[in-house]
Design a protein around this ligand. Structure first.
Ligand code: ACM
Length: 535
C-alpha cells in the first residue's frame, strides 16, 4: 500500500475520540463534501477486499446493484449481492421506519472493522449514504478501470446526516450554447457525488430552441441553429429529442436528481418569433444570432394575441408529458414591455381585463399560464419578475436579482415558496475573484459562494419552510466550451453543495478548504476541469 493512502487514516487514528463532532471541528482525515451533520470517528478501519459482499432487501436491491457498479470497476472486486460468506466483511443497505426523523433524504452510516451499514427511512437516503461511503474511500474509487496497488480502506465512523435544504440545484443554459447528453450526464454524475438534487434545464431563449416539440417541428428545424453568417462551431447548436430527454430523466432519477424544464415566456423568445413572427406585437422579421452579435428585434410574445397562448399551451402540454417533475419553469424574466405599450392588441387586453398597466398584463399572462399548468397537475416556477404586477399565491419564485431581497421577504410573507439563486453569490458565469466581503461584488470566489447564507440580512427571520433551497445558474453566452464551462462551475459548485446540505453552524471555510483540495482529485476522476484556486 502506498503511504499516501495511509496518511488520512493515521490522522484519523490520532484524532479518534468519543462523542459526536460538529463539522466545523471535523478531523482532518474526513474529507467529505458536503460535510455531514454528525460524525463520530472510532478506532479502526474497514477494508474492502475480494471477499466483501453486499446485502440488501428486495425493496432496495436496485441500490445494491448501483453500489456494486460504483465500487467494482476500480477495485476489481465482484461484490456479490445477498450471497453472504459468513465471517467475511459486509456492506449492508437497510430501510428503517425508525429513521423517519431523518426525512426522505437523511441516512445513517455506521462503519466497523467488519461491516458497513447504511440505513435510511427512504431509498433516497440510502443513495446519499452510498455517496458518503464513496467519498470515504481513496478517490481512485471513482476510476472506471481497475487500479492496482490501492488498499480500499475506510475509517470506522458513525455518521448521522440529512440535508438543510430540499432544493440544491444547478441551472444550465442550453440555449446560448447547446450541451449534449454526454456532457449533461457528466454533470449529473458530479452533482450526485456532492448530493445535489435539481438540474434546471434552460431549454429555450433568444439564441436557440433546444427541445423537440412534435406539434411544431419548425421550432427545432429552424430555431436550434445559428445563422450561418456567424460561423458558429456546429457543436454549439442542436436540440434534445424526446428520447434523449427520457434517457436523461431516467439517468438523473437513478441518482436522486430531478430535472426541471424551463420554457421562457413572455420575454427572451426571439428564437420562437424567428419561426412564428406573427406572435410578436410588430410581426417583424427576427433573426437568431449568438449573444451580443446581430440586431436585436422583437423579443417578447404579444400578450394580446390568442395565438400566443395556443402555441404555449400546446408546447407546455408536450413538456408536461415528457418531464415527470412536479414543476415547470416558465422564465418570466427581463420582459421588455415597450412594445406592449404601443401594441393595440396588448392595450385592448389591458382594457378588457381591467388591468392597470403592462406590469399587470405580465402578471395576468403568468397567471393564465399557471392556471393551465395547474390544470395538468404541475406547479409553476418563474424568475422573480413574476412578482411584478402582483404575484400569484401558488407560484414558486426563483430569486435572482441579488440586492433585491425584499422581493423574497414579500413573497414568503405572502406564503410563496422561493428558491435562492442570487447574482451576488450564485451566478457561475460571473468571473472568479474578489473577497467574499466585497460588495458590490467584483467577482464570485469559491469562498464567497461558501459564505452565502440564504436566511440573512432582511431574511434572517423569514419562515425557513418557504425557502426551498439554493441553486447556481450558469448562463452560456461567454464560456462556450466544455473546459471553460467546467471551470466556471467547479469548484464553486462544491461550495454550494455544502451551503445547500450542511447546517450553517457546521460550516467552516478553513476546514472546507482542506477537503476541497482532496476533492480536486475526485474532480479529475470525474473528468471535470476546475479552477485550481481558493480565491
Ligand atoms: C436572469 O438572469 N435573467 C434570470
Amino acid at each position: 500500500m502506498k503511504l499516501i493512502f495511509l496518511v488520512p487514516f493515521l490522522i484519523i487514528s490520532l484524532c479518534a475520540m468519543k462523542g459526536p463532532l460538529t463539522a466545523g471541528e471535523a478531523p482532518k482525515g474526513i474529507l467529505i463534501i458536503p460535510m455531514p451533520g454528525e460524525i463520530t470517528v472510532l478506532n479502526g478501519t474497514f477494508v474492502m477486499n475480494g471477499k466483501t459482499s453486499i446485502q440488501a432487501g428486495q425493496d432496495i436491491l436496485v441500490k445494491a446493484e448501483q453500489l456494486r457498479a460504483y465500487l467494482s470497476p476500480a477495485s476489481g472486486y465482484m461484490l456479490p449481492i445477498n450471497k453472504i460468506i459468513s465471517g467475511e466483511n459486509l456492506i449492508e443497505l437497510k430501510l428503517s421506519n425508525e429513521l423517519s426523523s431523518l426525512g426522505e433524504e437523511g441516512y445513517k452510516l455506521n462503519i466497523t472493522n467488519q461491516k458497513v451499514l447504511i440505513t435510511a427511512y427512504k431509498i433516497t437516503g440510502i443513495f446519499w449514504g452510498i455517496q458518503t461511503l464513496r467519498q470515504l474511500f481513496p478517490n481512485e474509487i471513482l476510476r472506471e478501470a481497475e487500479v492496482a496497488g490501492v488498499t480500499w480502506m475506510i475509517p470506522c465512523v458513525n455518521i448521522v446526516d440529512k440535508p438543510r435544504f430540499k432544493w440544491r440545484g444547478l441551472m444550465i443554459d442550453y440555449s446560448r450554447t447547446f450541451w449534449n447528453t454526454r456532457h449533461t450526464k457528466k454533470y449529473i454524475d458530479a452533482m450526485a457525488f456532492y448530493k445535489m438534487n435539481r438540474l434546471h434545464m434552460h431549454l429555450t431563449d433568444d439564441q436557440g430552441w433546444r427541445l423537440q416539440i412534435d406539434k411544431y417541428p419548425e421550432l427545432t428545424a429552424k430555431a436550434s441553429k445559428f445563422d450561418t453568417i456567424y460561423h458558429e462551431p456546429k457543436e454549439r447548436e442542436g436540440f434534445y429529442s424526446k428520447d434523449d430527454i427520457r434517457e436523461l430523466v431516467r439517468y438523473a432519477a437513478a441518482k436522486n436528481i430531478e430535472i426541471i424544464p424551463e420554457i421562457e415566456m413572455p420575454g427572451h423568445t426571439s428564437e420562437v418569433l424567428s419561426v412564428f413572427p406573427g406572435l410578436s406585437c410588430t410581426g417583424e422579421l427576427v433573426s437568431i444570432h449568438p449573444n451580443g452579435k446581430g440586431k436585436v428585434n422583437a423579443k417578447e410574445f404579444c400578450a394580446g394575441k390568442e395565438e400566443t397562448f395556443t402555441l404555449l399551451q400546446n408546447v407546455l402540454s408536450e413538456v408536461i408529458e415528457l418531464f415527470p417533475s412536479k414543476y415547470v419553469h416558465i422564465g418570466g424574466d427581463e420582459c421588455d414591455k415597450a412594445r406592449w405599450e404601443k401594441c393595440p392588441f396588448d392595450q385592448k387586453r389591458i382594457k378588457d381585463e381591467g388591468l392597470k398597466d403592462e406590469n399587470e398584463l405580465q402578471s395576468w399572462f403568468v397567471r393564465r399560464i399557471e392556471k393551465f399548468i395547474n390544470s395538468k397537475g404541475k406547479k409553476l416556477i418563474g424568475w422573480d419578475e413574476i412578482s411584478q404586477g402582483g404575484l400569484s399565491k401558488s407560484a414558486t419564485v426563483m430569486f435572482w436579482r441579488g440586492g433585491k431581497e425584499k422581493i423574497v421577504l414579500d413573497a414568503v410573507n405572502q406564503g410563496n415558496d422561493v428558491i435562492m439563486t442570487p447574482t451576488s453569490h450564485l451566478y457561475f458565469d460571473y468571473p472568479y475573484g474578489g473577497k467574499y466581503t466585497d460588495y458590490p461584488y467584483n467577482g464570485i470566489s469559491t469562498e464567497r459562494v461558501y459564505a452565502y447564507e440564504p436566511c440573512s440580512g432582511i431574511l434572517k427571520n423569514v419562515n425557513p419552510e418557504h425557502i426551498l433551497g439554493v441553486q447556481a445558474n450558469f448562463w452560456s453566452h461567454i464560456d462556450r466550451t466544455e473546459p471553460r464551462m467546467d471551470r466556471q462551475i467547479f469548484p464553486r459548485l462544491l461550495s454550494l453543495a455544502e451551503v445547500g446540505w450542511t447546517e450553517s453552524k457546521n460550516r467552516n471555510w478553513d476546514n472546507f478548504s482542506l477537503r476541497l483540495k482532496h476533492q480536486y482529485k475526485s474532480l479529475d476522476f470525474l473528468n471535470i476541469y476546475y479552477m485550481d484556486t481558493n480565491n
